[in-house]
Design a protein around this ligand. Structure first.
Ligand SMILES: [Zn+2]
Length: 309
């Protein structure tokens, strides 16, 4: 099997048959072994960094330590079970000072954006943090039903929101936005683009959201053409990656160029160019040229094509 991408394969069993039962969830909340994954305003919790070079370690207090946080939380979502231990995401965004709340559990910790530590995290832990962040973001953005704008409430351990309007009662299930991401190649060279907001020198694969009525393969061809004027063929699936920054799943492809003349859409990209394989293999990783982040599927698609994966 292909090696999993960052932020996937949390190792949690999502127990969809059990989480529908309120009594089962209540028992997990009372179980002192249960681990709590707090999220504060889209940030995850880490042990304090001992020194700048040390890899970050996620902090997941036990339910025994975090009981009062569980009781006061705005939202509790069951993530799943790992070796009979429940993992529960907890939204504490309503708190002004989350450090005080964490100190009250007997721990020291700091909240930070997952992307700051992602590439250095132990893979399963990174996937659990990404899952917690992603599903709490979905809840935050679905507090109201889109039909008559009544409020929704969380049910089934946070895996559905139900409209409170008795005449509606629509069920809304967690969603993730599919986006295609693709490395286009032409023999010994590949097509990379650059957005003005990126870190200086960074070049990456093209990407874009899938639109209704479109297959992934069609979305790949359309996005490449819109952004660079290049036509592609032989679109081949590589792998996928949850990317909860804030709400995507990236579906990764390799594609071959059918045409090679670049016509950059400047509203989307600052630049796009063909890069020789040798240039990428010798990337200086500085402001003159660098490859995308190590935890991204973009990097994976490139490394796979370079034969370094
Ligand atoms: Zn409704």
């Amino acid at each position: 099997m292909i090696r999993p991408n960052f932020y996937s394969h949390s190792g949690l069993d999502r127990v969809s048959h059990l989480r529908k039962e309120d009594t089962w969830l209540e028992a997990r909340l009372q179980d002192p072994r249960t681990r709590v994954v707090p999220v504060w305003r889209a940030q995850n919790l880490f042990h304090p960094l001992a020194n700048a070079g040390a890899p970050a370690v996620p902090l997941m207090p036990s339910a025994a330590a975090a009981g009062h946080l569980l009781n006061g939380a705005a939202l509790v979502v069951l993530l799943g079970m790992a070796e009979d231990v429940a993992h529960i995401a907890l939204d504490i965004s309503h708190l002004e000072d989350p450090a005080v709340a964490i100190a009250s559990t007997g721990h020291e910790g700091e909240f930070a954006d997952l992307r700051r530590h992602g590439p250095l995290l132990e893979r399963q832990a990174g996937a659990i943090l990404a899952y917690a962040r992603g599903i709490l973001h979905w809840h935050a953005r679905h507090r109201f039903c889109g039909i008559y704008s009544f409020e929704t409430r969380s049910a089934q351990a946070g895996h559905v929101r139900i409209c409170v309007n008795p005449g509606c009662m629509a069920q809304h299930f967690p969603r993730t936005d599919p986006a295609v991401i693709m490395l286009v190649t032409d023999g010994e060279r590949c097509l990379l683009g650059r957005q003005a907001v990126w870190m200086p020198g960074m070049h990456s694969t093209l990407a874009g959201f899938v639109e209704p009525g479109e297959s992934f393969e069609e979305a790949v061809a359309r996005e490449v053409f819109e952004e660079t004027g290049i036509r592609v063929w032989n679109v081949r699936y590589h792998s996928s990656q949850p990317w909860p920054f804030p709400a995507s799943i990236m579906i990764g492809f390799h594609a071959q160029a059918e045409t090679t003349r670049i016509d950059v859409d400047r509203s989307e990209l600052e630049d796009a160019q063909w890069f020789e394989r040798s240039r990428l293999l010798e990337s200086p990783e500085d402001e003159t040229f660098r490859l995308p982040r190590r935890d991204s599927i973009a990097r994976r698609l490139i490394e796979s094509w370079l034969g370094r994966d």
